[in-house]
Design a binder for this molecule. Structure first.
Ligand code: R5P
Length: 303
């Protein structure tokens, strides 16, 4: 074995779920080993999984962003179980986007509290979770629902760097109460003012956003920030409020580009100046890199 190969052999194994290969390669760097995961579908739609490498006794990280999760979850489960079966020691999940966080309470009789069920499953499959800005609302911390160590990377420094370089006199605006945590940390990083609007959600695609802004704030450039854009209705309604209040077209920033159906089109037609997201989910609106923050978080625990 060459000294290079020996060095890699001592490092960790990194596996990528389909579509996560680039981030996996970044984590691997020179010190770890990327092992191929073969995933294909049998003619009947079942998944075939094969891991092409030696995992015996080695720490393993699986990179898998959890966008459009229902299909991804099963493949992730099968890959994680295969890794264990092949002798993996510790299993870490790096999931830049952690989905299924919104159902954090039984709002109506009989509903599933999916955020906690996912946490229970992941706490069995994995020994550690690294993610980016999970949607924490009624859960104040992932520790309330996870039994394994969890670490979340904040996108705020990367977003703040982009805003500082591109927007003069920013005013940070959160479209609803849940977004206050992101608006506040971004405003703090920029030493800028922030305002939080009010949102009433009447249905999956039906939200109302309202708010009055002080005239003194008109001198600022509005930057709308939210963690997720899904149907885009929250952004659209928030843009309307800002335009009605007399602001020029706001810059819209979201951390996770979930974008269901034609959401991106709705947002762009609503009159925002631009729509920018972080690269936790691959999308044409990705303009803010958080992979270096993920790498830093992962590397500090996986030397
Ligand atoms: C929920 O409160 C989140 O922070 C987002 O505001 C929400 O997920 C956005 O959803 P949509 O784009 O469907 O309005």
């Amino acid at each position: 074995m060459t000294s290079d190969a020996t060095m890699k052999k001592r490092g960790e194994v990194v596996l990528a779920c389909p579509g996560n290969e680039d981030l996996a390669r970044l984590l691997v760097g020179d010190a770890h080993e990327l092992v191929e995961v073969e995933v294909r579908s049998f003619p009947d739609g079942e998944s075939y999984i094969r891991i092409h490498g030696d995992l015996e006794g080695r720490d393993v990280t699986i990179v898998c962003t959890l966008h459009r999760p229902d299909r991804v979850f099963l493949q992730l489960a099968l890959i994680a179980h295969t890794a264990r079966d092949l002798g993996a020691a510790r299993l870490c999940l790096v999931a830049p986007y952690l989905s299924y966080m919104r159902q954090d309470e039984r709002f109506r009789q009989g509903e599933a509290v999916t955020s906690s069920y996912l946490a229970r499953m992941f706490s069995v499959w994995f020994d550690e979770l690294i993610t980016v800005d999970p949607h924490l609302h009624r859960w104040k911390s992932l520790d309330e629902i996870y039994d394994i160590p969890t670490h979340h990377v904040s996108a705020a420094p990367s977003i703040a760097a982009w805003v500082a370089a591109n927007v003069k006199q920013p005013l940070i605006i959160g479209p609803d109460a849940e977004s206050e945590q992101w608006a506040r940390s971004l405003a703090t990083a920029l030493d800028a003012p922030y305002v939080v609007l009010e949102k009433v959600r009447r249905g999956d695609r039906d939200v109302q956003v309202s708010g009055k802004l002080d005239v003194d704030l008109m001198q600022y450039s509005a930057v709308l920030v939210d963690d997720i854009v899904s149907t885009g209705r929250t952004m659209v309604e928030a843009i309307k409020v800002l335009l009605e209040e007399g602001f020029s077209a706001p810059i819209c920033v979201a951390i996770h580009a979930v974008f269901s159906d034609d959401a991106a089109l709705h947002v762009s037609r609503a009159g925002g100046a631009m729509l920018l997201t972080c690269n936790t989910i691959a999308h044409q609106s990705n303009g803010i890199d958080v992979w270096s923050e993920i790498l830093q978080c992962w590397s500090s625990r996986h030397r």
